[in-house]
Design a protein around this ligand. Sequence first.
Ligand code: SAM
Ligand code: SF4
Length: 472
Amino acid sequence: MSAATPDPVIPHQTDTRAAAKTAKKLHIITHGCQMNVYDSARMADVLAPLGYAPVDAPEGADMVIMNTCHIRERAAEKVFSALGRLRDMKSETGGRMMIAVTGCVAQAEGELIARRAPYVDLVVGPQAYHRLPELIAAVHRTQKIVLDTEFPAAPKFDFLPELAAPQGVIANLTIQEGCDKFCSFCVVPYTRGAEASRPAASVIAEARRMVAQGTREIALLGQNVNAYHGEGPDGATWSLARLLDALAEIPELARLRYTTSHPSDMSEDLILAHGRNPKLMPFLHLPVQSGSDKILAAMNRKHKADDFRRIIARLREVRPDMAFTSDFITGHPGETDADFAATMALVRETGFALAYSFNYSPRPGTPAAALPQLDQAVKDARLYELQAELRRQQDAFNAATVGLTTPVLFTGRGRHPGQIAGRSLYTQPVVIEVDTATGAAPLPGEVHMVKVTHANPNSLLGQLDTKELIAA
Ligand code: SAM
Ligand code: SF4
């Protein structure tokens, strides 16, 4: 997808059977990135011992958590309009429904939320989710809104309980949080705090538990995941490459990914891991943001366009079937036509499987927000041109898979009856029809070779090539 689309809203995975048995219904609304999806699952785990079980809809819930994202424009406005709807539902429960706002908007706009939406009960920043039980108790005790947006000395990883609920065939695992890079445009260092890595042993133990519950593909998550430097079981500091090698030893784990990476943390060792670790997928999300060195410097990115080119070339050397995605920002303060042309040139010469592109959005408190801003029409025209090229590249990438036979990790039923869905090496959704003669269909968690017969804009259609289970 190459679009400046609104952040997706992902309902938290629910287990309605569990909810039926318990008195307290919990509904979590998740905005933004995969790290928020992971955090929402952890919050559900923190609240389970208090008798809260997830439900599909907010109506009639005892607690609704809105886990928010602050990365782009109008984030706070979207939160306030959604909160308005929750206020009405809260009145329908006679005020019983507890409303919590979590995530980066909570961190950045906590005081404003308390002023503008006094019916909210809890405002909790990303570093305080482990304290939810005591914060809920404080709301009951004081009958007042409770705010917790402190950055504690020890990262929240040390306090969160073990991930409990099964995460599905494809799952995320947060290994690193926060960021010390302070790109000119970005709120993350302010909302997520300083960079912190989880100890390798706790990551490996969590991955083993996930795999024991049926997970076959794990994406390691972090705002700067390739800056990972966690304490190893041997007392040494482990790099991401070393952690990936250790995780690859879990026998039933078929696939590993990691996201999001920063070009200046793309070490040679990590590049080589793509050549030596067969479970590491040949697909990397590596945001470059711009192809102009002047703008990269203005963005405080600490890498140049040629550094990005070198990394791509090295990765293609060690793993020739590598494909890439990236993030781009158009219209950062100071961007001229020549700077934008440099971005377009980098895009054309690299060739992306897909990429995300956004108009620069001034975020309060970040350095670039204080600079003179570009005309909106100029930004829009550049974004349009960039997205047209990225869409063309994505279509070409998908079209090139037609006729190929490729391993697909099956995840479950497709959208239509008789369809089974899975993911390619490059995360493309792949759909096959169940064999009507035999009724044979791959089970979730199995990897089978599929011959791709057709490419849609965002998915592939195919036929099972062999029913033999293979190791991807
Ligand atoms: N850590 C990653 C990196 O360094 O590339 C990116 C994390 S950020 C949460 C995800 C993407 O949102 C960025 O790569 C950037 O393209 C986009 N983004 C962040 N702040 C933005 C802003 N103020 N305006 C537009 N896009 C923004
Ligand atoms: Fe934001 Fe990524 Fe830059 Fe950190 S490295 S400040 S998360 S864009």
